[in-house]
Design a protein around this ligand. Structure first.
Ligand code: TRP
Length: 467
């Protein structure tokens, strides 16, 4: 069914619904699980500062561009790119933005689902009393024992995948959209409570110093690339998720303010998660800041296991992490599903089941990389690390780079001006300058330096050409 503007999709009921949906997509494992552990692996303060800078100077301008493209195109990212490329009379190679996003979404969802499965598993562990009065060492053992059971990991990965496909098939704006509106604020409140608690039982001053005192000497090229990649990952940027949500956004909602709200909430949640986790890390010699992907699952049980009412609190926490992951995961597959449905070749049900199966299969690679495949490496990465690196640190930044160039240089600028509807000229001009010049150069440079450091390809490094 299409309305008089020829739209095939429903639109959100209000700007507020868009904010909640986009925040639901943005706030997820990236904030609560990934941000703390990569901050820990990359030495803290300087990394956090670069990450914040990337959000502000690259993430937000590109996010505005991505929403704008979606709202102008009004369909799945693939078809939106067809339309935009036609309108701009740009070369067809630009269609690649849509296609690359579909592929990136599959790969991210495949491992995202495995990690979300851990959260479901932990919900049940807490409910079963497994973390009662636990200490750092025991918490670490508990995590390791989960990883060593491939069957357990496959089971929860499958469960989460089914949950995701269920919502995708039912349609995005109903059901989960409503639930997220209530549950996201609850998650925020819980993080605040958790933060106060870990201030009391943990080493808060050490955590604060670690996260916010900046020492640039500890910063490497790969760390800067990781910070940039994470800015994209945490905002759900660069693969069409935000574009497809933008396609459902009402015509006259102000894009700039809306994007600022979403990015602000997302950053707040990440910082709160960091401030809740690190005090416990620094109070327990058994837990290292550079622990890796297990950091959240090893540190927080120590808090839940030793606080009054910790069992109920811990259960609620892991349930909410699961919901946060759930509202993110649907946006990873929605670009692909909406594309296939638009072609008329499949129903939502068929598209959902088919694509879900592909992601599920791919996810098995991640499951095995925490067990039997741990030592199978491509360069220095195992399967999970490679999937994460390829998507977060390469495909998303490249997607963002192309979007910045496309909106900044290829699209009709009167459309852009009119769509954005920013009252003050200087704000618009600043945004446009950043998008056209700063963002592309910064993304390209950071990506090339990072790659050259990681793989030892010196010819990629501008720095080495200059010196
Ligand atoms: N932003 C989500 C998180 O932080 C993950 C996510 C959802 C995502 N949709 C995306 C990442 C699209 C990149 C692209 O957990």
């Amino acid at each position: 069914m299409s309305d008089k503007a020829g739209r095939v999709h429903e639109t959100w009921s209000s700007r507020w619904t868009f904010i909640m949906a986009a925040t639901g997509s943005a706030v997820g494992l990236g904030n609560i699980w990934k941000f703390p552990y990569i901050a820990g692996e990359n030495g803290g303060g300087a990394f956090v500062l670069i990450y914040l800078f990337c959000i502000l100077a690259i993430g937000i301008p590109v996010m505005i561009a991505e929403v704008l493209m979606g709202r102008w195109g009004r369909s799945s990212p693939v078809h939106t790119m067809y339309k935009l490329v036609d309108d701009a009379k740009a070369p067809r190679i630009w269609h690649g933005i849509g296609w690359m996003g579909v592929v990136a979404g599959f790969i991210i969802l495949s491992y995202y689902s495995v990690i979300a499965g851990w959260a479901i598993r932990y919900f049940l562990q807490v409910a079963g009393g497994a973390i009662q009065s636990i200490d750092g060492q025991a918490a670490s053992d508990l995590f390791t024992s989960m990883l060593s059971s491939t069957g357990t990991l496959v089971f929860y990965h499958s469960l989460f995948m089914v949950m995701t496909m269920f919502v995708v098939i039912a349609g995005v704006t109903k059901g989960l959209g409503r639930a997220v509106r209530i549950l996201m604020p609850v998650l925020m409140v819980m993080l605040v409570i958790l933060l106060f608690f870990s201030m009391r039982i943990g080493d808060f001053p050490a955590a604060f110093k670690y996260l916010f005192s900046v020492d640039f000497s500890s910063l490497s090229g790969p760390a800067i690339l990781t910070a940039l990649g994470h800015a994209f990952f945490t905002l759900s940027l660069g693969m069409g998720a935000i574009m497809v949500y933008g396609a459902y956004m009402p015509d006259h909602a102000p894009i700039g303010k809306t994007v600022l709200t979403v990015a602000g909430l997302d950053t707040l949640v990440a910082l709160m998660a960091g401030l809740a986790i690190f005090p416990i890390v620094f109070a327990n010699t058994a837990i290292a800041p550079g622990e890796g992907p297990g950091l959240l699952f090893i540190s927080l049980p120590v808090a839940f296991g030793n606080m009054p009412g910790g069992m109920a609190f811990g259960m609620l926490f892991f349930a909410l992490v699961t919901v946060a992951a759930w509202s993110s995961s649907i946006s990873l597959i929605e670009p692909a599903v909406s594309w296939l449905v638009e072609t008329g070749k499949a129903t939502r049900l068929q598209a959902g089941v088919g694509f879900g199966l592909i992601c599920w299969l791919l996810g098995l690679g991640t499951v095995f990389s925490f067990g039997p495949w741990e030592d199978i490496r491509l360069f220095q990465f195992n399967f999970f690390e490679f999937a994460d690196f390829l998507t977060a640190n390469i495909m998303l930044p490249v997607g963002g780079l192309l979007m910045a160039i496309f909106v900044g240089w290829m699209m009709d600028q009167t459309i852009v001006r009119q769509e954005l509807d920013i009252e003050r000229d200087w704000v618009f001009n600043l945004w446009r300058a950043v998008l056209r010049v700063f963002s592309p150069i910064a993304i390209l440079w950071v990506t090339l330096e990072g790659l050259s450091d990681i793989f030892g390809w010196e010819w990629l490094s501008l720095m080495s050409w200059l010196s």
